[in-house]
Design a protein around this ligand. Structure first.
Ligand code: FES
Ligand code: FES
Length: 158
């Protein structure tokens, strides 16, 4: 069986798995990292959103063979370490604003939010209300309003 190596939450990992297995299942079923959630498996719901080299990616659509040894995959479990804190400021804002309801979509929402803030910052911008239309992560509980408030409050804190 082919071997695949990449960096997961700061640590190099190697898995023996067929090339076409999606990264979401490698993380969840083989490596036991269950923060990224399964919703559709089609790149639609965004529940699996994680970072690959700092960009938000729907890892349900990424065959493990596409991941290179130097690629850095970050899930919600590894997010605090990216800022050297116990909780990333975006996670703290989520708590402060009492964002989650059932919670299922929330890891993906937070990872998408952090990537969005960093992308805007790289372009010398801050996010405003109009930018939130770009968020495609589905929340069946309808927590969108609190998500926006949390992002607005956290975006200058990391
Ligand atoms: S599980 Fe729905 S986009 Fe990945
Ligand atoms: S909090 Fe329930 S799906 Fe988003």
């Amino acid at each position: 069986m082919p071997s695949h190596t990449f960096v997961l939450n700061g640590q190099q990992v190697t898995v023996d798995v067929e090339d076409d297995v999606r990264l979401l299942w490698v993380l969840r079923d083989i490596l036991g990292v269950t923060g990224p959630k399964y919703g559709c498996g089609l790149g639609v719901c965004q529940a699996c959103t994680s970072h690959v080299n700092g960009r938000a990616v729907n890892i349900c659509c990424v065959p493990v063979s596409d991941v290179q040894p130097t690629d850095e995959v970050t899930t919600i479990e590894g997010l605090p370490a990216t800022v050297g804190q116990e909780l990333h400021p975006m996670q703290q804002a989520w708590l402060d604003m009492d964002v989650p309801q059932c919670g299922y979509c929330q890891p993906g929402q937070i990872m998408a939010a952090v990537a969005m803030v960093l992308q805007a910052r790289a372009a010398g911008q801050q996010l405003g209300d109009a930018d939130f239309d770009q968020i495609r992560n589905i929340c069946r509980c309808g927590t969108y309003h609190r998500i926006r408030e949390a992002i607005l409050s956290a975006q200058t804190k990391f």
